[in-house]
Design a protein around this ligand. Structure first.
Ligand code: ADP
Ligand code: ASP
Ligand code: MG
Length: 403
């Protein structure tokens, strides 16, 4: 008998009817002769609502308590799905992350899975149960509940698929697969038949919420193909895998990340140790710094710019200001209205011209580029966030990605 791991996202389990719809799809997989393990996200906006509620109580919720609170969202959907399946006459059991044997480190709100002991899941499958696992959560070795970061149910699913030796992880959502851009931003985006782990990882890391980056990483490490498809119809989705790809000498997709702020320290004396003195304290408070750019120095004075999330900008500025003053910098300024827009494609490797097309397209659209970063298969520009949608559309067209 083969084993299937399915994951259903928040919209797919958004209300009672949708939970019944998911139950029918799970049953179809079971009736096709599979053992089935299902991972679910919290219903609809449940996680956002819990976060809002906590902030109505306090400005700085305790990290441990916050993770316990957020883990309840997935407990609700997993138990309800179990009830729906039982009601339709199937043997089933729900398991929390802890019961499913998912052990993590103790970094609350962004814990990483350290190990999985699948013995309980395996035993429940042997008992004939369809196993429903609450996504997005685990437990530390000291028995404290943790969560895996926003979108983390994807990671639960791929990690379980790897640990149980499933041949594929099916990830069902509210779009029909991975598109050449977010279809909400670029309506004529086209669905990809397949995409490599490398490209998907860049897409996920640079703003495509459709997959949690860590899930892609785990899929790549353990060689678990991930099928992304709709939970509302049976059209073919997109396979994320590491096998041979059709050769495509072009850009594969465009992605944007609206959550970008920039901090610039102006007029920094260019002496050794300055960067360390600025970035060490930020790292210690858990502020993750992304793009870092230091201008060429003129007469030993330089500007240092880095990006953080919009939510971290205030705190980062507060921390950096006194340090900047101490090292004799002229001033410290923040811009919290930025976005990243990226073009991604393995075909760009060693092929000239992509950057030129990208920049001239943005120039023609009257969009000013503030910063540029690249990897072997990605070029990212940082621009003002009110221009991000326009930039994505223009680039999508320039690289001929439409249907
Ligand atoms: P789920 O609740 O199923 O985890 P998410 O909302 O996290 O679903 O992810 C699905 C959403 O990702 C889609 O509704 C779509 O707007 C967005 N998205 C962003 N980029 C892409 C892309 N390249 N292809 C498909 N969807 C994308
Ligand atoms: N419910 C969590 C979130 O909204 C995890 C997930 O949906 O994957 O981020
Ligand atoms: Mg998601």
């Amino acid at each position: 008998m083969s084993l299937v791991v399915q994951k259903y996202g928040g919209t797919s389990v958004g209300d009672a009817d949708r939970i019944r719809n998911v139950a029918r799809r799970v049953i179809a997989a079971k009736e096709a002769g599979n053992d089935v393990v299902v991972v679910v996200s919290a219903m609809g906006d449940a996680t956002d609502d819990l976060i809002k509620l906590a902030h109505q109580i306090t400005d700085s919720p305790n990290a441990r308590e916050m993770d316990v609170l957020l883990s309840t969202g997935e407990m609700v959907s997993s138990t309800l799905l179990t009830m729906a399946l039982e009601n339709m006459g199937y043997k089933t059991i729900s398991l929390s992350g802890a019961q499913a044997g998912i052990q993590t480190d103790s970094n609350y709100s962004h814990a990483r899975i350290q190990s999985i002991n699948p013995s309980r899941i395996v035993a429940e499958i042997k008992n004939g149960n369809i196993v429903i696992v609450a996504g997005f959560q685990g437990i530390t070795k000291n028995n404290d509940i943790t969560t895996l970061g926003r979108g983390g149910s994807d990671t639960t699913a791929v990690a379980l698929a790897a640990s149980l030796g499933a041949s594929v992880c099916e990830r069902y959502t509210d779009v029909e697969g991975i598109f050449t851009a977010d279809p909400r931003v670029v309506p004529n985006a086209s669905k990809l038949k397949e995409i490599s782990y490398d490209e998907m990882l860049e897409l996920a890391t640079y703003g495509s919420k459709v997959m949690h980056p860590r899930a892609v990483e785990i899929g790549q490490i353990y060689n678990v193909p991930i099928l992304v498809a709709s939970s509302f119809n049976d059209r073919p989705g997109t396979l994320i895998h590491g096998g041979l790809m059709e050769i495509q000498n072009k850009v594969t997709a465009i992605t944007q990340d609206m959550d970008v702020a920039k901090i610039t320290i102006v007029g920094v004396p260019d002496t050794p140790g300055i960067a360390a003195s600025i970035f060490e304290p930020l790292a210690k408070t858990g502020i993750s710094v992304d793009t870092i750019v230091q201008n060429a120095s003129i007469q030993n004075i330089t500007d240092l710019t880095f990006t953080v999330t919009k939510g971290d900008a205030g705190k980062a500025l507060q921390m950096v200001r006194p340090i900047a003053e101490k090292v004799g910098a002229r001033e410290c300024v923040a811009d919290t209205k930025l976005a990243k827009v990226s073009i991604i494609g393995s075909g760009m490797q060693n092929t000239p011209g992509y950057a030129a097309t990208m920049f001239s397209t943005l120039f023609a659209a009257g969009i000013n580029i503030q910063l540029i970063t690249t990897s072997e298969i990605r070029i990212t520009v940082i621009i003002t966030d009110d221009k991000a949608n326009e930039a994505s559309k223009a680039l999508h067209k320039a690289f001929a990605l439409e249907k």
